[in-house]
Design a protein around this ligand. Structure first.
Ligand code: SF4
Length: 388
């Protein structure tokens, strides 16, 4: 059996192929793993010819290594989900808009592994979106490394969204956006849209301006707060989630308190908490290497992480609880038989809340249908009653 190593290296005694960011950054390391036939960089992994070369080269004599310099990456290779119905009915498809990033955050290896920001042409994106919709998908998730930095000729992110809105698909979801992209124009567009759903994932990373500066992020807490409140106030039912990083080298107890206090003040729907790890090759690694930033003790970082996770759970619970007694539209995806013999169908609301309903056994399938639901119970998954 051939083994794929994608994004991380796993020891394998079988034959295999390594590709993705880890392969781009560490080709020699992966080529040295027993059983690896080929190492393909982030540009080469899209070329079918490279896979046929691997298949044609009889292991174990040679390891094919094709990894070019990121400085030469110029093309955003197109990528999207296979048409629905190919291997079963699916409701949610992924469509890549762009690759790479020019933002240069001090801790991030993505510009080193994926290169500069570059975008797929709008013609290709629209063709793929129509194909996905016509094949039966009900939701298209727009993805990229820095999705909102989309620009192709005269087409920017907002223009592209206006074109995609015309595609006959019930839902379009934007995967993640840098906070500086969330302009008044974008908020107005989503607020008035029939199919762009009211959900933003806005990485915050730190709630301390001193640390945001050290990270070289393009906003400060006041900007983030203003954009988040504007989105929540102007877009009905809008859910905003965030990523934060604790234990950034040099993060003091005061910085952390500031961050916890800031996050407490935000109307977030969920929070993903990570501990910072210093990646070789980054500006942060050089600062740490020169002794300009001291790494945070791992126990201190764990304590901070646990505290913020608690805050995040509380925020999620509050957000879910606010939906009891309200109505939302749920796109149903999965079904299981409950203890009572009834069917429990589950799916996601437009603002990305997991919701389930119970219906009698033998009822018509709800798969891929977007239906109105009255929310009656707020647990980890909301429970509701079908209205339509
Ligand atoms: S953290 Fe995000 S915005 Fe910053 S450099 Fe990495 S990919 Fe770009």
């Amino acid at each position: 059996m051939r083994q794929k190593i994608r994004g991380c290296a796993s020891q394998s005694r079988q034959q295999g192929c390594g590709y993705g960011c880890y392969a781009q950054l560490n080709p020699g390391l992966i080529a040295g793993i027993e059983g690896v036939d080929a190492v393909l960089g982030n540009d080469e992994k899209f070329d079918l010819h490279n896979y046929t070369r691997v298949a044609a080269s009889p292991p174990p004599e040679s390891t094919v290594v094709c990894v070019s310099e990121v400085a030469g990456f110029r093309t955003a290779h197109q990528a999207c989900s296979l048409p629905s119905g190919y291997g079963g009915l699916r409701t949610r498809a992924f469509l890549k808009l762009q690759d790479g990033c020019d933002y240069g955050c001090a801790y991030c290896t993505i510009p080193l592994a994926r290169g500069c920001s570059r975008s797929v042409s709008p013609d290709i994106i629209l063709r793929q979106a129509r194909m996905l919709a016509e094949s039966g998908y009900r939701e298209i998730v727009l993805t990229g490394v820095n999705t909102g930095d989309y620009r192709s000729g005269r087409t920017g992110f907002i223009e592209l969204l206006r074109m995609l809105e015309e595609v006959d698909v019930p839902r379009i979801r934007i995967s993640s956006l840098e906070p500086d992209i969330v302009t008044d124009e974008l908020i107005s567009l989503v607020a008035a849209s029939r199919n762009i759903v009211p959900h933003f994932h806005l990485p915050l990373q730190s709630g301390s301006d001193r640390i945001l500066g050290a990270m070289r992020r393009r906003y400060r807490t006041a900007d983030y707060r203003e954009r988040l409140f504007s989105a929540v106030e102007r877009i009905e039912g809008c859910a905003v989630g965030a990523d934060v990083m604790v234990g950034y080298p040099g993060e003091s107890e005061e910085d952390f308190r500031e961050m916890a206090h800031f996050i407490e003040s935000l109307p977030l729907a969920y929070l993903h908490v990570f501990s910072c790890s210093v990646r070789p090759g980054t500006a942060l690694a050089r600062e740490v290497g020169r002794g300009e930033r001291l790494e945070v003790d791992s126990q201190v970082a764990s304590r901070r992480s646990a505290l913020l996770k608690e805050v995040g759970e509380r925020k999620s619970e509050e957000f879910r609880r606010r939906h009891v007694g309200r109505e939302c539209r749920v796109l149903f995806e999965e079904c299981r038989q409950g203890d009572s013999g009834k069917l429990r169908w589950s799916g996601y609301s437009r603002n990305y809340l997991p919701v389930s309903v119970e219906i009698p056994a033998g009822s018509e399938s709800l798969a891929g249908r977007e239906l109105r639901v009255a929310i009656v119970v707020a647990g980890l998954q909301l429970e509701g009653r079908l209205l339509s």
